[in-house]
Design a protein around this ligand. Structure first.
Ligand SMILES: Cc1cc2nc3c(=O)[nH]c(=O)nc-3n(C[C@H](O)[C@H](O)[C@H](O)COP(=O)(O)OP(=O)(O)OC[C@H]3O[C@@H](n4cnc5c(N)ncnc54)[C@H](O)[C@@H]3O)c2cc1C
Length: 272
């Protein structure tokens, strides 16, 4: 923390974004390698919150037994690169790198996660929805380390799903991805169940992943009988602002996202 407070030092965790970002350049200035800080790894909980240590790797997320609201995060973890990347890449690195295509962001947004930032003189918590402010830009100050991601326990027994679309099945950057966390009523007959609470987040279709709040509000009270996918309309995607790039056109992204949201909602009911 003292080195970071002295200014200009860069933080290195798994290095799976850090080194590729250098391109042909060499590292300039001091680098604080935090990857050996075991106390910032693993998942714990208290009465109100789950605490995911910032240096928890994607492989650790996959391996750790967690309540079902984390199923979407686990699915996303399985989609981050290949196994070698999952063994090194950390949750903090994924969030601080702030790529619009970061697979960890939509599931954590749908969980209403907050990040904990620690500096030599301060500790603060910021909702993830406010932390990432633009593509590759966060609220993190130069002297702050992201030490943990905090998830409220309120919906811990809710079902959750993550679906990702890429140009091929594995080892691919997302064209669009959707995370859903959904609490259903506990009627014995599945077809009688209704949505009590729904959270839907879409990534790779705007500079920062977005929650679809209008859709979330409309889903509350909806019956699962005829499938929840039918509730989704194009206007629900208004918060998205996809771009044309090498992976897909904006128009394709919108069309694909509509179908991914429908699929994610239906699969959440099947898993629920
Ligand atoms: C081949 C390959 C495939 C990939 N595929 C995917 C994919 O499918 N989906 C996906 O989302 N990502 C993918 N990635 C990107 C990357 O693996 C993930 O984003 C990973 O979670 C980054 O974590 P890291 O620990 O390696 O971060 P690092 O590279 O160590 O750091 C990334 C950035 O975050 C900062 N940082 C790191 N830790 C902290 C901290 N604790 N506090 C403050 N700042 C910090 C660093 O200074 C740096 O700016 C891929 C990368 C590679 C090389």
């Amino acid at each position: 923390m003292a080195l970071l407070a002295a200014g200009e030092a860069q933080i290195l965790s798994g290095g799976t974004d850090f080194y590729p970002a250098l391109g042909d350049h060499v590292v300039h200035g001091p680098v604080v390698d935090v990857s050996g800080l075991g106390e910032l790894r693993g998942v714990s909980s208290d009465a109100g919150w789950f605490r995911i240590g910032g240096l928890t790797t994607w492989s650790e997320i996959i391996r750790t037994p967690l309540p079902r609201c984390f199923d979407a995060l686990k699915s996303a973890a399985r989609e981050v690169g290949g196994v070698q990347i999952q063994n090194r890449g950390t949750v903090a690195g994924n969030l601080c790198n702030a790529s619009p295509a970061a697979d960890g962001v939509p599931p954590l947004l749908a969980l209403d996660a907050e990040v904990e930032l620690v500096s030599k003189i301060d500790l603060r918590r910021v909702p993830l929805a406010d932390f990432i402010v633009a593509s590759r830009k966060t609220q993190r100050k130069a002297d702050e380390l992201l030490t943990a991601v905090l998830v409220p326990r309120a919906l811990e027994d809710a079902a959750s799903t993550f679906v990702k679309l890429g140009a091929r099945r594995y080892l691919v950057i997302s064209i669009s991805m959707v995370a859903v966390v959904m609490k259903l009523s506990d009627d014995r007959q599945v077809s009688d169940r209704k949505v009590l609470e729904a959270r839907v987040a879409v990534g790779s279709c705007s500079a920062v992943a977005r929650r679809l709040r209008a859709l979330e509000a409309e889903l509350v009270g909806a019956s699962v009988r005829d499938g929840l996918g039918r509730v989704v309309r194009p206007e629900h995607l208004a918060p998205l602002s996809p771009i044309d790039d090498v992976r897909a056109t904006a128009e394709y992204r919108m069309d694909a996202s509509l179908r991914l949201v429908q699929r994610a909602l239906n699969s959440c009911v099947e898993n629920g």
